[in-house]
Design a protein around this ligand. Structure first.
Ligand code: C5P
Length: 235
């Protein structure tokens, strides 16, 4: 196996240089929660998350969303477009859950009249603080055109994924997206992963979690939940 140069190691992924225009994204078995305070290794989590991310990215590519996914590589990795990361996390919420409930003291599982889009500044030391559109622009994190494009892509991704998952008896509660600008053609590109590590999925009948909340809230076997999700998708 070729020895690729490691460019970056995150909590759940490693990013290698594949060539001048491409990256190799490798999914690790590590799982963390609460900004890294809770940490474990779960055998096979990496390859399941790679499969699920690949599946969603291929679906989005077909629907005309520009994602970084190019092609599969091996069990734990895929080849992606090399992008310059925009240091924002975009959170899309369809139902109340997680930090939203904590912040506003509301119960979980309330449906919103329309999707809520929130931004966080990607900064581990600061604990990824929420940020307003104006603060993003004043701090020159990115431009208004790019922020608007990110917002409209995020809504489209929500529509595509929500509709598909609904047909599989799964509620897309909320999720996080990240974006970059492709080195090759300077386009706003959806990057990172779309997996049960970064989305909340609830079984529409039982309302049970098929995502990382199983680990965060210690309410069962994480791998089992991820496998149930995988089994429901057309993979
Ligand atoms: O914790 P919170 O309720 O704000 O998370 C909203 C959604 O974003 C969840 O699906 C969570 O998995 C995801 N998220 C993430 N990475 C973060 C913060 C949130 O994937 N750093």
């Amino acid at each position: 196996k070729k020895n690729f140069e490691l460019l970056y190691e995150g909590k759940a992924k490693k990013v290698y240089k594949f060539d001048e225009q491409k990256l190799l994204i490798k999914f690790k078995d590590d799982v963390t929660a609460f900004n890294g305070l809770k940490k474990d290794q779960i055998l096979n989590k990496g390859k399941i998350n790679k499969k699920i991310s690949k599946f969603f990215f291929e679906m989005l590519n077909k629907e005309g969303i520009n994602t970084h996914y190019i092609n599969d590589y091996d069990e734990n990795s895929f080849v992606a477009k090399w992008t310059d990361l925009i240091p924002l996390e975009v959170i899309v919420r369809n139902y109340t859950a997680g930090s939203f409930c904590k912040r506003y003291g509301v119960k979980k599982g309330l449906i919103f009249d329309y999707p809520l889009i929130e931004f966080s500044l990607k900064n581990d030391e600061l604990g990824d603080p929420m940020i307003t559109k104006d603060a993003v622009l004043l701090l020159k994190v990115t431009t208004e055109d790019i922020l608007d494009e990110i917002t409209s892509i995020s809504k489209k991704v929500n529509d595509i994924l929500s509709d598909y998952l609904k047909s599989k008896g799964i509620i897309l509660v909320d999720f996080k997206l990240e974006f970059g600008i492709s080195k090759n053609d300077n386009k706003v590109t959806l990057i990172d992963e779309i997996s049960p590590d970064t989305c909340r999925f609830w079984d529409a009948n039982t309302m049970e979690s098929l995502d990382k909340d199983v680990y965060r809230e210690e309410k069962g076997d994480l791998l089992n939940a991820y496998e149930v999700l995988l089994g429901r998708l057309d993979i």
